[in-house]
Design a binder for this molecule. Structure first.
Ligand code: FES
Ligand code: FES
Length: 170
């Protein structure tokens, strides 16, 4: 067994798991964070995307042990207290998703992009979301939703932006 300690959504969590355990399995089966989805399990669909030290990774391809000592953000940690992240808000309001299965991974890839590039072109967004497959929608509404969220986050008048600054949420 391998001992793993990671900070998940701001809380330190530890577990002792077989060495071949993936980060996805650790999150879903051990920590019961089932918002991260199991799709292909081989790195093709992006449903399992989480942020590790701010970088979008496929949790099905990463061993839990490789995440030891690192910061992991899952969809459960994206909202700030009881307030949705601007990306979640825009996705919800615009109906950018249908079944929603791809949503957690899509939102976290989009967050990694916006943290790095607050004013992405639609090309940048398509590039950043290229590893996140959606079986239900064309991607146009998703790209527009990310652009709208980016606009809202850049606008100093929006309450969401003020909250982000106050809490230093990343
Ligand atoms: S479940 Fe990880 S990429 Fe598909
Ligand atoms: S909304 Fe169904 S897979 Fe994307």
């Amino acid at each position: 067994m391998t001992d793993v300690t990671i900070t998940v959504n701001g809380s330190v969590r530890s577990a002792s798991v077989p060495p071949e355990t993936t980060l996805l399995k650790l999150l879903r089966d051990v920590f019961q964070l089932t918002g991260t989805k199991l799709g292909c399990d081989v790195g093709d669909c992006g449903a399992c995307t989480v942020l590790v030290d701010g970088m979008a990774v496929n949790a099905c391809l990463m061993l839990a042990a490789q995440a030891d000592g690192r910061q992991v953000l899952t969809i459960e940690g994206l909202a700030m207290k009881d307030r949705l992240h601007p990306l979640q808000k825009v996705f919800e309001e615009s109906g950018a998703l249908q079944c929603g299965f791809c949503g957690p991974g899509m939102l976290l890839s989009a967050k990694a992009l916006l943290d790095d590039n607050p004013d992405p072109s639609s090309h940048d967004i398509r590039d950043a979301l290229a590893g996140n497959l959606c079986r239900c929608t064309g991607y146009s509404k998703i790209v527009e939703a990310v652009q709208d969220a980016a606009r809202a986050m850049r606008d100093p008048r929006t309450e969401d932006t003020r909250q982000l600054e106050m809490h230093g949420h990343d």
